[in-house]
Design a protein around this ligand. Structure first.
Ligand code: ZN
Length: 388
């Protein structure tokens, strides 16, 4: 009662003061207000994350904790990790230089547990309702860590994280493309006892030159027979990347394409991607030294041409763009995308997810209902053109 009375007095006073000052809000104030509302819209959006590497989710704080836990003589402080991140040369090579050094701090089952558990907590904080995440066994087994230790740690962390944070997650096991075909076959063999716990097979790392998708044709054929969903990275602007995307769909018979944004350079390829109902997982990441998120215009082009492209954080611990809410917000602000654009991009992620059909429909219905409460009505027709 007291509160209501107070409001009744306060509102006229505020109105009077505004009128008396005859003050129009400044352009900056309008922009700030708009940005605040957009941040609420994006951070509250129920999200799907499909392109995120477990080993790249570690923040410098976690890297430093694990480095000390395991007695390393580098990355002992957060500052040291951050300096290494800030001084990376641009491009895939520079990224991998730091990434591989950072990965080495992961040593035990407990370390993998810690990283998965922290990662799922961050997913909850970003309103991610479903995540499919990559892990790279070969980068660990080649350092003498047992495949079972990697998997047992990940699975225990996932179980605890799902229980505590309610985030549903699935695993994509990635081949390191610079390693041999025999090594990839061995990884598949090692994974056999865990097959029911691993949903998909991916291909990442580098360099891509000399390690095209076709190199792993026989491995992918076996994985398809074993029931894995299939995807592979074609990083942006790598040598022969358009040819590699063609190989990905014609030789590896992928179910989804990671990055692969250079497809926009070949209209026959885009038509084929659409005909097969394939989706592209884009990642407009941003380093501290980047003036804006990468790949804004390529993603805009693909969205405008009705290609199923979605946005993902890739390695949130190693980029200034961070986890999905921040990445989406940076992307929206820099590219001046509308709320509808952002909803369409997220719907593409839902569509690209490897969920059972009924479950996917349920997630999509819930997401569309949420979008309607935000004033964005997509209608029924949107998904008819892609496979669902
Ligand atoms: Zn990636």
């Amino acid at each position: 009662m007291i509160k209501t009375h107070f409001k009744l007095i306060l509102i006229p006073i505020l109105l009077f003061s505004l009128m008396a000052c005859d003050q129009q809000p400044t352009a900056d104030a309008v922009q700030t207000n708009y940005s605040k509302k957009m941040w609420s819209f994006i951070s509250e959006m129920p999200k799907v994350e499909l392109h995120i590497h477990l080993e790249g989710t570690m923040y410098p704080e976690t890297v430093s904790i694990l480095a000390n836990r395991n007695g390393f003589d580098y990355f002992k402080t957060v500052k040291e990790v951050q300096q290494s991140l800030d001084s990376r040369p641009p491009g895939l090579f520079g990224f991998l230089q730091h990434h591989e050094k950072q990965v080495s701090v992961l040593q035990t089952q407990e370390d993998f547990y810690t990283v998965v558990y922290d990662f799922l907590k961050n997913c909850k904080d970003n309103n991610i309702v479903y995540v499919e995440f990559f892990f790279d066994p070969q980068i660990h087994t080649s350092r003498g860590i047992a495949f079972n230790d990697v998997l047992d740690g990940i699975l225990a962390g996932r179980e605890a994280g799902e229980k505590d944070f309610g985030v549903k997650s699935e695993l994509i096991m990635s081949i390191n493309r610079e390693k041999t075909v025999e090594s990839a076959f061995k990884m598949l063999k090692d994974a056999e006892p865990y097959k029911n716990q691993i949903l998909g097979l991916g291909l990442d790392n580098g360099p891509e030159e000399g390690n095209p998708p076709a190199k792993f044709e026989a491995v992918y054929a076996l994985a398809k027979n074993q029931g894995y969903y299939l995807t592979a990275h074609n990083d942006v602007d790598e040598k022969d990347t358009v040819e590699h995307i063609w190989q990905s769909i014609n030789i590896l018979h992928l179910d989804r394409l990671d990055h692969s944004l250079n497809a926009m350079e070949d209209f026959d390829l885009l038509r084929e991607i659409n005909r097969r109902g394939l989706c592209l997982t884009g990642s407009p990441v941003q380093r501290t030294t980047d003036p804006e998120p990468q790949e804004i215009e390529r993603i805009r082009f693909l969205l405008q041409h009705n290609i199923c492209v979605s946005l993902h954080s890739d390695d949130p611990g190693e980029f200034a763009s961070g986890y999905l809410s921040q990445l989406l917000f940076n992307f929206q602000q820099s590219g001046k995308f509308t709320k509808r654009d952002m909803v369409l991009l997220m719907l593409n992620a839902y569509e690209a997810a490897w969920l059972p059909i009924n479950e996917k429909k349920m997630y999509i219905d819930e997401f569309k209902t949420w979008a309607e409460t935000q004033g964005v009505n997509i209608g029924e027709h949107y998904f008819n053109k892609h496979k669902l």
